[in-house]
Design a protein around this ligand. Structure first.
Ligand SMILES: O=C(O)c1ccccc1NCC(=O)[C@H](O)[C@H](O)COP(=O)(O)O
Length: 257
């Protein structure tokens, strides 16, 4: 059983015990989409990540409101909030706290298997959800994608290999994330982005986002050089003494306009 299998199995159990959220569900101000922002120029999707299966605790006691504000001030393209509790020590409350203080797009980073999770992400103020192709049957992938789009959310579709990329393209996904982390071995290689970029149809209105293992500005430049419009960065920003500087150095001028 892979870590992804374990996470998904736990997720089905968690969903059974969800209690309704008390968030007011008010209308959030109109935000520019992540797609528009990445079509303008290269940008950093900056993640709130307290812990992870591969690294254990990263910064469990972080002030997420302060961290999110730093990300936004530095010109992040979007903020990603890991909401999984069991494996990442996040929560839907983390997501809600962040969406209340920023006006850039916010990704609910979780392992979506049900419309209930998508509704909760929206109720907490997310504007984007993640769908991991490796975790979903084709029919389920299509139906969750359609559902999220129908309620006005953007969808980041995550792939690991060529076969998954084809499945994402069958959905006509506009935001496609290549995860550089092998979820069986946890090995990370930005080469995975370079390989899949060769098959990627960079036609109008579609962007490639390179996810995971971005430790330095050079990693970011490498991903951009291979065709990525965005990078998704968690651990490096959470551990950085100056995440704003990190983001500014990995963001093009155009993206900040
Ligand atoms: O980060 C993990 O250990 C992990 C393990 C299993 C499934 C997903 C995992 N991470 C989720 C992510 O997608 C990353 O948080 C994200 O891409 C940022 O990665 P990084 O910059 O390497 O922290």
């Amino acid at each position: 059983m892979t870590i992804l299998d374990k996470i998904i199995a736990t997720k089905y159990e968690e969903i059974k015990n969800y209690v309704p959220l008390t968030f007011d569900g008010h209308d959030f101000p109109e935000k520019s989409t992540l797609l528009q922002r990445l079509l303008n120029g290269n940008g950093v999707i900056s993640e709130i990540k307290r812990a992870s299966p591969s690294k254990g605790d990263i910064r469990t006691e972080v002030d997420i409101v302060a961290q999110a504000k730093k990300y936004e001030e530095a010109g992040a393209a979007a903020i990603s909030v890991l909401t999984d509790e069991t494996y990442f020590k996040g929560s839907i409350h983390d997501l809600y706290e962040v969406t209340q203080v920023v006006s850039i797009p916010v990704l609910c980073k979780d392992f979506m298997v049900s419309e209930i999770q998508i509704d909760r992400a929206k109720q907490a103020g997310a504007t984007i959800i993640l769908l991991i192709v490796a975790a979903l049957e084709n029919q389920q992938l299509k139906s969750l994608n359609n559902y999220a789009l129908s309620i006005g959310l953007e969808v980041l579709v995550e792939v690991h290999d060529e076969e998954e990329l084809h499945r994402a393209l069958e959905l006509d996904a506009k935001l496609i994330g290549v995860n550089n982390r092998n979820l069986k071995t946890f090995e990370v290689s930005v080469e995975r982005t370079a390989q899949l970029a060769k098959q990627f149809p960079f036609d109008e209105g579609r962007v490639l986002i390179s996810e995971s293992g971005m430790n330095t500005k050079e990693d970011a430049q490498f991903a951009y050089a291979k065709g990525a419009s965005g990078i998704l960065v968690g651990e490096a920003l959470m551990r950085s003494e100056d995440p704003g500087k990190w983001i500014r150095e990995a963001t093009t001028e155009e993206a900040l306009k």
